[in-house]
Write a protein that binds this ligand. Sequence first.
Ligand code: CDP
Length: 783
Amino acid sequence: MSETETPIRGLGHSVRRKEDDRFLRGRGNYVDDLQLPGMLHMALLRSPLAHARITAIDVEAAKAHPGVVAVVTGRDLDAHGLAWMPTLSGDTQAVLALDKVVFQGQEVAAVVAEDPYVASDALELIDVDYDPLPPVVDPHKALEPDAPLIREDKQGQTSNHINHWEKGDRDATERAFATADKVVRVETFYPRSHPAPLETCGCVADVDPATGKATIYMTSQAPHAHRTLFALVAGLPEQNIRIVSPDIGGGFGNKVPIYPGYVVATVASLLLGRPVKWVEDRTENLISTGFARDYHMTGEVALSGDGKIMGLRSKVVADHGAFNAAAQPTKTPAGLFHIFTGSYDVPAAFCEVDAVYTNKAPGGIAYRCSFRVTEASFLIERLMQKAATELDIDPAELRRRNFIRPEQFPYHSVVGWVYDSGEYQRALDLALEQLGYQELRREQRERFARGELMGIGIASFTEVVGAGHGADYDIAGLRMFDSAELRVHPTGKAILKLGVKAQGQGHETTFAQIVAAELGIQPEDVAVMEGDTDNTPYGLGTYASRSTPVGGAATAMVARKLREKATRIAAHLLEVAEEDIEYAEGRFAVRGAPDRAKTIQDVAFAAYTNLPEGMEAGLEGVTYYDPPNMTFPFGTYCVVVDIDKGTGVWKVRKMVAVDDCGVRINPMIVEGQIHGGLAEGFAIAAMQQISFDEEGNCIGQNFTEYLLPTSWETPKFETHATVTPSPHHPIGAKGVGESATVGSPAAYVNAVLDALAPLGITNIDMPVTSDKVWAAMHEKGFV
Ligand code: CDP
């Protein structure tokens, strides 16, 4: 490359996000921006009660309201066999309630009108008679034999128990506990959280009465899978369904499930022959769409006197709400919770999870984490903190003694994972160094002697991302591979079409960088297209940090396929044997004579104009990639807090995050992902939860109740990186999108508890609010 040539901005370049030009200028194209000719608007009537029989629904006044075109009830849907729909976990969910409502906010009826305000107003004219039933709010009480049965609709369902799942060796674990010097136990509740994406869920369903073609513009993180499910449920031919996910304003798992609103809008469009738009408001999104967490966890770790882990076990009661709509791979109903051994070399482990119905909204989605990894990581890191306190070993030292060592990789865990790579000690050391750990520990002792409280929290985490491999991981039977189709045009510019679908992650930039790295076409010359099922190859979508490990790998693989053909074309142009061509940075050069070279642009033009004898024209291909394993990003987060003795208010003095996601495609985007996750992690630890009163009323129906951190509350983050490539990934990248939310809540909680440990306070459930801290200190007589 001459000095004047621009370097190819492939891996490791902080290329500015291509998509931001349109977002920052207000030129994004979201579902609610769509206006189709003749479009109608739909609004949903939702149940005010958590558990009640419906004895009558009178829709006549609503129907008669000017501007109302139709009113739909569960009975109307039932007439078409569409009153129930399958969930991603193989349960059935009412599209519109028939005889009974089972959570506050459940969909009861729909109004379709000429105008969105008319549709909303007419909801008030629908008269529903409810006969209240006792609500079941606590999942432990839901399991009691005399608990009211929530799912009377399910044949053979005699209790509120959904399923039991376990992993590991119970006997070996019990033996480890029997011989341990020390057993440490944590009982904790990881509260229900909500992703609360900036854009709520919605769709425009447009069924063409002439052709029968259903085009559904939809806020979908998984458009291809949704098309297949629509086809299977509605019995529509799949080629006649086109799902288009335009720009999406944040997903975080919330836009993976199929919601009743999508189904009713599609049925309404089919029956009325006009497009129908449905877009939720904020409250509807918070009270009815997929939540995350809600895990009641008991964990125990067995240790030797010198702090070596001998065994680990946990028991979880998982609150799934009124329908089991958890978005999990089918073979693992508790997601990937069995990563609960974390970053540690654990010789015996056993976990069991019981899922339970309650009168709450359904969910269980991968909210900024891989399926249930956040819960698992929180549990093991809370156990490590408590064990350090009880054994009086420095928490960093306790981790050091138990980390899986670099030479143990690939590491086969006792619960069946094969960790691809990791250097846990390195990440911890970097975090401690950046924090100034030893000095802070000294300061902490001095402060405590003066009656001041300060804590240092550590959380070392290992995520597991990039589902599948398809043989073990599927959603509703669809194997979790992903795909990329790449077409290089005669002028050397390209279009990349993907099976994944970004909701803000920056795929249009990073995936173009992968092509740049493999073929030498600059990122701005690669258009990335996602989210249109008629025009992109089949894929399982974007959630659980799977895009880079799976879709990114598919992109590298398809670019390599094209490079092979390009090498043959270059050999033809340079009149040498194929073996004599060397590729680097977009140039195909003759080995030993670097000045004799063709650029990718020369080759692309030749692919359409000057081919070797017998070669097919064009430069394009498609790859469906099924990864051989998951990838295991990791890191260590450290937090320093000061606690005000008089009020219990805790403030973050310093937060250091070290992340290792293997090779970073775009370091700036990775930083952005981590900042977002760290803010979420802080929110979960400090302020954010969806809770319910005894009647099953949802507390958290708007942003005055469900607290999102603003820049005012959010602490400053210091981010650092180590790079341990994934050996089986074509470019060594691991996913990163969610790690920060996985690792950081435990770091915050551990910091507060580290400060309170000398008072004998070893647990406070999240959110760790100042009043809880104050009450705990008060109980110990400290204030
Ligand atoms: O599945 P999702 O896109 O949410 O998560 P991801 O694959 O972890 O990636 C999030 C964003 O970070 C994407 O734009 C990735 O391409 C980028 N990334 C990166 O630049 N380098 C990595 N090693 C991992 C992700």
